[in-house]
Design a protein around this ligand. Structure first.
Ligand code: CP
Length: 346
């Protein structure tokens, strides 16, 4: 049984094949509409979502399946515990050790969104809730954004790039941006990882102290070396835009000062906000962002409202790639949860 939880578990050929299927589904949305008949999927959210929630729900229904969306621990279901051996005398009424296998008896696939707590990167990096889902699940698990990655977003990102250019040899810039919160690193991690896998030259522009996780960067470095492409890390907020074909704007929190929001100094913000003046330096580059985005803080209206911005296409592609991920994971799985559960018990 295969999960879709981390990009590192896949080759670029496998990811490209999933995107090829998404491209076919985008052209023929009514095709494969019976592929998930008789299958139910539980999409579990520990944090807010618009695109991920709607895309997986609509994708499942469009393929003939039944989506169940759950807000874990926020009134919709019981509060969940993930730590093994803990005395459960706190807010959590149920352990994932029971909840996940129960969902697996009723559903043929599970999705989880679980953001980092923001207190300790070492603890967050262990992704306790996602790890528990993977450990206790008898059915495929989809990572709908964890502390370290957002592979579903990355698929839609690469699909969006492929719609406009052949990625190989093109220049991809991840530009850090200001924010009022210390945001997770999942999206920027996955964005640079998939760009490096796809054979793009990768530049990361960020202030000092905002380097991405070393393990992710080691994989990006290895991918660039294998593909003969360049990896550049810079604090030149404007100069980094020179000659870029893709600009991916995103804020993330500092690992050096974990959990602390970025500076609100107006000059610092102005330096890092993505503007038309910066975009003019690119090689007719496109602007990407996973959304939601804070206008005139992360990126100026003049960029978001211009033809340079592909953020709505990028969001739409979440639907087509969600369908492709579901088909990839479930097409060869048994229809009844009980069959999977029986195998698990043997
Ligand atoms: N990009 C993304 O994952 O959007 P949501 O947080 O709204 O799901």
């Amino acid at each position: 049984m295969r999960h879709f939880t981390h990009l590192k578990d896949f080759t670029i050929d496998e990811l490209d094949k999933i995107i090829d299927e998404a491209v076919r589904l985008k052209k023929a949305p009514a095709s494969k509409r019976s592929s998930l008949t008789g299958r139910s999927l539980a999409f579990c959210f520990m944090n807010p979502s618009l695109r991920t929630q709607v895309s997986f729900s609509v994708a499942t229904a469009s393929l003939g399946g039944h989506p169940v969306t759950l807000s874990l621990g926020s009134g919709g279901t019981w509060g969940m515990e993930s730590v093994e051996g803990t005395v459960m005398d706190g807010a959590a009424a149920e352990h994932l050790k029971e909840a996940v296998p129960v969902l697996g008896r009723m559903c043929q696939g599970l999705g989880l969104r679980s953001f980092p707590a923001g207190k300790s990167w070492a603890e967050d990096k262990a992704e306790p809730a996602l790890a528990a889902f993977i450990k206790y699940s008898t059915v495929p698990v989809i990572n709908m954004e964890s502390a370290s990655g957002h592979p579903c977003q990355a698929l839609a990102d690469l699909m969006t790039i492929r719609e406009r250019m052949k990625p190989k040899g093109r220049n991809f810039l991840l530009s850090w941006a200001p924010h009022i919160k210390a945001l997770p690193m999942a999206v920027p991690n996955s964005a640079v990882e998939i760009a490096s896998m796809a054979g793009m030259n990768v530049t990361i522009a960020r202030p000092e102290g905002y380097d991405l996780d070393a393990e992710v960067m080691a994989r990006v470095k290895k991918n660039c070396a294998a593909n003969g492409t360049k990896l550049t890390i810079t604090d030149d907020a404007a100069g980094a835009f020179e000659g870029q074909h893709v600009v991916y704007g995103k804020s993330w929190g500092s690992l050096a000062e974990y959990g602390k929001p970025p500076s609100a100094d107006p000059l610092f913000r102005k330096k890092w906000t993505i503007s038309s003046a910066k975009m003019k330096k690119t090689a007719n580059g496109i602007f990407m962002h996973c959304l939601p985005v804070r206008r005139n803080l992360v990126v100026d209206d003049s960029v978001l409202d211009s033809p340079m911005s592909v953020v709505i296409d990028e969001a739409e592609n979440r639907l087509h790639t969600a369908k492709a991920v579901l088909l990839h994971l479930l097409a060869s799985q048994p229809k009844r949860a009980t069959a999977a559960a029986r195998r698990h018990r043997k």
